[in-house]
Design a protein around this ligand. Sequence first.
Ligand SMILES: Nc1nc2c(ncn2[C@@H]2O[C@H](COP(=O)(O)OP(=O)(O)OP(=O)(O)O)[C@@H](O)[C@H]2O)c(=O)[nH]1
Ligand SMILES: [Mg+2]
Length: 469
Amino acid sequence: MPTSSTLDLTVVIPVLNERENVAALLPRLDVVLEQLECASEVLVVDGGSHDGTAELARSLGARVLLQKTPGYGGALREGFAAAGGEYIITLDADLSHDPDFIAKLWRARSRADVVIASRYVKAGVAYMPLHRKLLSRVLNRFFAIGLGLPVRDLSSGFRLYRASLLAELDARGRNFDVLEEILVKAYAAGWHVVEIPFTYYPRDHGSSHARIFRFGLALLRAFARLWPLRNSVDSADYDERAFYSKIPLQRYWQRRRHRIITNLARGGGRTLDIGCGSSVILQSLNNAVGLDVQQNKLRYMRRYDVPLVRASLTALPFGDATFDCVVCSQVIEHVPEDPAIFTEFVRVLRPGGLLVLGTPDYATIGWRVIEPLYGFFAPGGYKDEHITHYTKASLTARAQSYGFELIDHAYVLRSELVLALRKPPRGDAPARRPAARRQLADGAVNHAPVTGVASTAPAAGAGVERSSG
Ligand SMILES: Nc1nc2c(ncn2[C@@H]2O[C@H](COP(=O)(O)OP(=O)(O)OP(=O)(O)O)[C@@H](O)[C@H]2O)c(=O)[nH]1
Ligand SMILES: [Mg+2]
């Protein structure tokens, strides 16, 4: 695990019989790093070279690590674990990765958590033998489309990482497939990935370590391993991807819900979106704060410059009457029934404020048909996570008992219900407002800043707040 240290940058170079290339690379690297004017180190990870690469690298001033586990993946993992820099740059030793490009990667570090030197974005170029290039392009497109990753060059090993990200990523791939794995896991955790154009040349000396057939098989296996993770509801950008889904029903469902909720809430003043996930709804509400218990989803949403807070819906870190509107969609069915939920809705809304509340209606034929289908096609998915079941009648009655007035309602495909509820104008005290819960809500359980992502843990009793569909 990277140590928190005084170094700004570690350059990790996996090597296997690269003596001639290392002799040319390391002196050039020294010049580049000198110009960066940061505290840096060069870490060469040797995979058992028998041409004296390790000795030469050491004599040229690099820190050399003798690799214990096999393969390029093992080399990266061991290099990451031993690196002392706040940032890590990985590059190949064979001069395909021009060390001068490091200055561009370094400059781009403020734009993202992972920066890829990319051959396949506009202005990127790859000079490679035709068959290698074809294979590389096909595999890259296959992975990008199959895994829904908005990255053109997934297999580029020339990258900059924020070291803290790698520490929690747990990459396991043995060989070059580790590169795709890191990206899938980075997206799942909500980190921001960008590509900058780069020109790639074939290796200067020595022979390739990429065994095309074996490499292809390992990649296919990696694809099968990564697919469930990429498509899990826990992946940070799940909700946003669902909005652009290629599955017509999922796309329709997401968009219909978006339309209903934003139509009800737009222009509604200061808004709190509870359980925002990475949903486009938060984006569309232009005066909204996003709140969720899942750190990775909030991390993903940082790129949109929207105020974000990590907290539980049973202990909202806001003062009384802070919001004109509260949106809470696809949340309450995921958490146990708790009086604190409505108490908190009432508390943070101003008198006369609007609550837009969405959940599946278990009294509808639509939902009773759709949910078992979900359960069949996605065992262990949403069906098992919907632990509290509401109907229009039960939810309306609950809201009314807290003083809300039902002013409108709509359905997504006659199954998912959205209620528009008005808090009484004079802020009458709700009938069932337990004193103990009030204390929890006001008691600084999760008082997080409104901007940026707070790192506080979810409050006791916090549920998993996420969107399905
Ligand atoms: N430590 C270590 N380094 C490796 C291993 N396999 C490859 N490398 C290094 O990883 C980098 C990338 O490997 P390459 O052989 O260049 O792979 P490639 O770029 O796909 O193929 P060519 O450039 O066409 O040879 C080089 O610096 C290699 O020396 C390994 O098992 N252990
Ligand atoms: Mg190479």
